[in-house]
Write a protein that binds this ligand. Structure first.
Ligand SMILES: [Zn+2]
Length: 221
């Protein structure tokens, strides 16, 4: 985990980078995956809304609680709300709230997955007196939603969709420099492409330095 030769900081990935890679990624450990004791890399852990299994929720929450105590665990998540999955929003909300509580208790940041549920998401977060540092991962919404997140102090992490969608590139250009993170998520080996796209859309920013700073600020605050 030496930082000396790291070029790219991948804020959210399901890919395990080699130890000698020039990418430092935060691997997203999901509660339905079995944990490797000797994993030896930075990770985040949570119950992904796609994989909520109501019949074993307590075990999954225990798994998250125990893994999250480790020093390599930098954040809680990904967790959140997804209107496209069958699990009722009420159940998703309860599980999400448990992750918020854990992040506050451990003073670790929170990585959020949100699909077509920003109204519900804001309703949950806005009623809290205290919040952990928050990243919306895989952000691909419009400028209005981006600014609603920025106003709340959230970080926005951009990935594969930044390569594909002109409207998202326009939104990306409006995001304050200190809120930008970049990620590969499920796509292997795209982080350099995402950096290049980000740089081309914001030519006056030094994307490599800027993302490194924000990554450190978000994960190590
Ligand atoms: Zn993910």
């Amino acid at each position: 985990m030496t930082e000396t030769k790291i070029t790219y900081f991948d804020a959210h990935t399901h890919h395990v980078y080699d130890a000698d890679s020039d990418v430092l990624g935060v691997f997203q450990w999901m509660a339905h995956e079995s944990f490797l004791e000797d994993f030896g890399r930075f990770f985040s852990v949570g119950i992904h809304p796609w994989f909520i299994q109501q019949w074993q929720l307590e075990q999954d929450l225990d798994f998250v609680r125990s893994c999250s105590q480790r020093s390599e665990c930098l954040a809680i998540g990904e967790c959140g709300l997804d209107a496209l999955v069958a699990t009722p929003m009420k159940v998703q909300s309860q599980i999400f709230e448990a992750h918020i509580d854990l992040a506050l208790e451990l003073q670790k940041p929170l990585v959020i997955h949100c699909v077509r549920a920003f109204t519900e998401l804001f309703a949950i977060l806005d009623k809290r007196e205290r919040l952990p540092r928050i990243m919306i991962h895989g952000f691909n919404k419009n400028e209005e939603t981006a600014m609603a997140c920025i106003d709340r102090g959230f970080y926005l992490s951009f990935g594969a969709d930044l390569l594909a969608f002109g409207h998202l590139q326009k939104t990306f250009q409006k995001v304050p420099t200190d809120r930008i993170l970049l990620e590969s998520d499920q796509k292997i080996q795209i982080i350099a492409d995402v950096y290049h796209m980000a740089q081309s859309k914001r030519p006056t920013d030094q994307m490599i330095e800027l993302v490194q700073q924000n990554f450190n600020q978000f994960y190590f605050g």
